[in-house]
Design a protein. Structure first.
Length: 281
């Protein structure tokens, strides 16, 4: 590697990115450094870790803004995240060990775009948007459109992710995130579910968003399951409909971590569990 750049401002980072689109952008490096021996050596690095304009968590208008270079540990400690997006807190808690949480960033999880990225189904279920910047200006992309394939995103070679924006949840809303892995901790996911629902005054589901991870080449919104849930009261019959919709909608694979049949069954069971969690005790 011939060059290492550490910008002092976002404007300088954008300039570096325009001048050096072939350089590797790095923040925490928890994924990129592990895989560094498996890829060609980059021409250079642009290090964004700790860049003030990309760090921090704020409530602005009707959304929660999380800077792309904000470490997981800060997300985990944030009372704003715990109140506004509790399942994001839960997903971050399951990422690696405390050393990984101290360095890894939400923006890194987005750009790496692994099918087993723990926070990614959560961002789908919370209807998050991603802010991108380049020398041409800023654009905001719904996260559901950001990931376009296996470890591929809409990010242009000269763009940087600046923040994630999560809309404020409704008062009568419910969130659930579940991860199934080989171990209780520090495990790569076999299946993940992130689900969000709002109930009306009659106890019917007025809004439903359901996302799965580790069952395809990217995190997926399960539209058929959302349609099966929306407009219905949560009960065992609705849970069975949602479970069947999930199992029919996904085509997981067999790999070293699990089998397709296991993933399909567990995904359906997790979805049914979410529906039943909406039933008042």
């Amino acid at each position: 590697m011939s060059d290492y750049l550490r910008p002092a401002s976002l404007a300088q980072a954008v300039h570096y990115r325009r001048e050096h689109p072939d350089y590797l952008v790095i923040a925490g490096g928890t994924d990129l450094m592990v895989g560094s021996r498996e890829r060609p050596e980059p021409a250079g690095l642009i290090d964004l870790f700790g860049l003030a304009e990309l760090c921090g968590i704020e409530k602005r208008d009707t959304a929660l803004w999380i800077g792309a270079a904000t470490p997981y540990a800060e997300v985990l400690r944030s009372p704003l995240v715990a109140r506004h997006a509790p399942m994001l807190s839960e997903s971050v808690r399951e990422i690696g060990a405390v050393q990984i949480q101290a360095r890894g960033t939400l923006g890194g999880n987005l750009v790496t775009s692994s099918p087993v990225g723990d926070t990614l189904p959560v961002l789908l279920a919370l209807d998050a948007t991603v802010a991108l910047v380049s020398w041409r200006g800023e654009r905001v992309v719904p996260y559901r459109e950001f990931c376009v394939g296996y470890r591929r995103t809409q990010l242009a070679p000269d763009e940087l992710v600046t923040c994630v924006r999560i809309p404020r949840p409704a008062a009568q809303s419910h969130q659930l995130w579940r991860k199934v892995g080989t171990r209780r901790a520090q495990a790569i996911s076999k299946v993940m579910l992130a689900a969000y629902a709002e109930l009306d005054r009659q106890g019917r589901v007025s809004t439903a968003r359901m996302a799965l991870g580790a069952v395809a080449d990217r995190p997926l919104r399960i539209a058929a399951a959302e349609a099966a849930l929306a407009g219905r009261k949560p009960n065992t019959r609705t849970a069975a409909l949602v479970k069947a919709a999930v199992e029919s909608a996904i085509t997981p694979i067999d790999d070293v971590r699990s089998t397709a049949d296991y993933r399909r069954t567990v995904a359906g069971n997790l979805a049914a569990r979410f529906v039943l969690s909406l039933v008042e005790p």
